[in-house]
Design a protein around this ligand. Structure first.
Ligand code: NAD
Length: 364
């Protein structure tokens, strides 16, 4: 498996280096034959090439079997005419990575603030309130006069249908419960007539899956009050973005939020969080979010190619992470006292030395 690795900005290079260590250990133990090809995006690319993402990187992305994209300083990139392209949007849109899969769960030995839970946010990734990806040409955000701006929210039946299907298929591999999160009381057409309607059509094909729905504002209270009542949560782009930061933090830290962007043909591992400039270069960032995202990428590849070693490697990485959290062999944000590099090293060593627990695990 060839993986394109793009470390990004801020804490990106630090957490990517730790992720590479872990992947290298997993590749050795499970004979995965991983080939990691490094390139640059973000500020580094802007300095060297005058653009945050070169077109040839997209060509390369289409020839590899997976991408790892570190967080980038998207807030800094304001003018595409000056080469300031949001790399995250660029890959999600260009490769049609419509399903953003964001698992959150608590770990033994480090219970989050709201008790044990294990859920996955399945977020639509190519339209919604993200105006910058809603148009074939141009941007869906318009400054009409110096004092009037319009940001277009696009919702299509096709995107609702395919994200719902991704959610129900995932629920069949888990506890068979899907919660649809929306704002149909206000967005009566987009969320009421299109999103809910398409989700319910897909639900009819999965009679074993229990379905309920919750308004997005109420969802914030429910997920804090009783996150254990949720299994798979299917929602539109911006709602899923916000909700998954909350669920990651409730699991113990934003630094634990793994995230996979998957389409029909391509997939990209990406931490759920941003480039965290406040802690960049200090060797304190938690690398687990990107490491767990990389594990999701291995599992995705293993499932679609019928190569069980990749799924076994993903399980072993998750099991090693669980053991490390329980032993406090982790960064400070989740109760340990290791630096970013040391936490990556410890996980890589554990992966080389120990067999993971032999038990049935929920796959995402
Ligand atoms: P952030 O997610 O980078 O950080 C929020 C808070 O969480 C900060 O206190 C940070 O220190 C902490 N945090 C984040 N990741 C952590 C980790 N791995 N370990 C420990 N603590 C961690 O959000 P922000 O500061 O608002 O954004 C910074 C930049 O990242 C902005 O330019 C923003 O646009 C960009 N961003 C990029 C992505 C992406 O590339 N996918 C996503 C979100 C934000």
């Amino acid at each position: 498996m060839r993986i394109l690795v793009l470390p990004g900005d801020g804490i990106g290079p630090e957490i990517t280096a730790a992720t590479i260590q872990v992947l290298t250990a997993a590749s050795g133990r499970f004979n995965l034959g991983l080939e990691l090809i490094e390139d640059v995006v973000g500020h580094d690319s802007l300095r060297r090439y005058g653009t945050t993402v070169r077109p040839e990187i997209l060509d390369q992305a289409r020839t590899v079997q997976g991408i790892i994209l570190g967080p980038t300083a998207t807030f800094d990139f304001k003018d595409e005419a000056k080469g300031e392209i949001n790399p995250s949007k660029f890959f999600r849109k260009s490769l049609d990575l419509f399903a953003n899969i964001r698992p959150s769960k608590t770990y033994e030995g480090f219970p989050g603030p709201v008790g044990k839970f294990d859920l996955v946010v399945v977020r639509e990734n190519t339209e919604g309130f993200y105006a910058d990806r809603n148009m074939e040409l141009g941007n869906g955000e318009i400054l009409m006069t110096p004092d009037v701006a319009v940001s277009l929210r696009r919702i299509t039946r096709q995107c609702c249908e395919r994200i719902a299907r991704a959610g129900f298929e995932l629920a069949m591999r888990r506890r068979r419960h899907v919660t649809l999160v929306h704002k149909a009381n206000v967005l009566k057409i987009a969320d009421g007539m299109l999103f809910l309607d398409e989700c319910r059509k897909v639900a009819a094909e999965f009679p074993e899956v229990v379905v309920d729905d919750v308004l997005v504002d109420a969802m914030m209270a429910h997920v804090v009050r009783a996150p254990q009542r949720f299994d798979v949560i299917v929602t539109t782009n911006m709602f899923g973005d916000i909700l998954s930061d909350l669920t990651a933090e409730l699991s113990g830290s934003l630094g634990l939020g793994g995230s996979l962007n998957a389409g029909a043909d391509y997939a990209m591992a990406q931490a759920a969080h941003g480039s965290a400039p406040d802690i960049a270069g200090k060797n304190v960032a938690n690398p687990y979010s990107l490491i767990l995202s990389a594990a999701l990428l291995l599992a995705w590849y293993g499932r679609r190619t019928g190569k069980p070693a990749f799924e076994a490697a993903a399980e072993a990485i998750e099991a090693a992470a669980e053991a490390a959290v329980a032993a406090r062999d982790v960064t400070r944000d989740i109760g340990g006292n290791l630096g970013t590099a040391e936490a990556g090293q410890a996980l890589a060593e554990a992966l080389k030395e120990h067999e993971g627990p032999d038990r049935q695990r929920q796959r995402v």
